[in-house]
Write a protein that binds this ligand. Structure first.
Ligand code: XMP
Ligand code: MG
Length: 187
């Protein structure tokens, strides 16, 4: 049975839809086309590494549009919102199952905020004898950058507001909304 694709309405926490599902789909198409072009000559599968949990829907949509051979793996990292972690401190909670050495690696992340997470991951993966390390990020908040990070495949720039949907959450809620919504600021 095909799942229902009706669009869930905004709840009381959500101020407005920032990026609708059709716009997301068109942009993911464009990013996949660019990746297919850039990696067309690779001799072994491209290693997609999704950063849990926020990237899981972007990764699922992106990888199903890839025509280049690829494999999928995941990592989990601690973020500064979690208990006991200082701002800017990034730790690996779960590493990839596959060995990344001698692979072209594409990190897939939900959002670039301060840049601490991605700069840590790029540095860590480059130190593993990978053939290359690139990054696909669905959203970017340029106003919040603290560390410079080079992103090869960027979805959308957004303002400095908390967003949910398409994998992103507020206290684990709203990840499965098909659009990106802006939350009302919390008092
Ligand atoms: P850094 O600062 O390391 O952080 O670039 C990236 C991580 O911050 C989280 N983040 C958000 N998550 N809505 C979310 O659901 C947001 O608006 C948002 N802004 C930052 C996210 O976990 C990302 O991986
Ligand atoms: Mg995240």
């Amino acid at each position: 049975m095909t799942p229902s694709l009706s669009i869930p309405p905004l709840t009381k926490d959500l101020a407005r839809v920032l990026i609708d599902a059709d716009t997301i789909s068109r942009r993911v198409d464009e990013l996949a086309q660019k990746i297919n072009h850039d990696y067309k000559d690779i001799t072994e599968p491209l290693m997609l590494v999704g950063v849990l949990k926020g990237s899981f829907i972007f990764l699922a949509d992106l990888c199903r549009r890839l025509t280049v051979p690829h494999v999928v793996d995941f990592i989990a990292i601690s973020s500064y919102g979690q208990k006991g972690d200082k701002r800017g401190e990034v730790r690996m909670l779960m590493d990839t199952r596959e060995n990344l050495s001698d692979h072209h690696v594409l990190i897939v992340e939900d959002i670039l905020d301060s840049g601490n997470t991605l700069s840590y991951l790029i540095k860590t993966f480059k130190a593993r004898n990978t053939k290359s390390v690139s990054t696909a990020v669905f959203l970017d908040k340029p106003a919040r950058h603290e560390v410079p990070v080079e992103i090869e495949y960027m979805g959308f720039e957004i303002p400095d507001v908390w967003v949910v949907g398409y994998g992103l959450d507020y206290k684990e809620q709203y990840r499965t909304l098909p659009y990106i919504a802006e939350m009302y600021p919390k008092k």
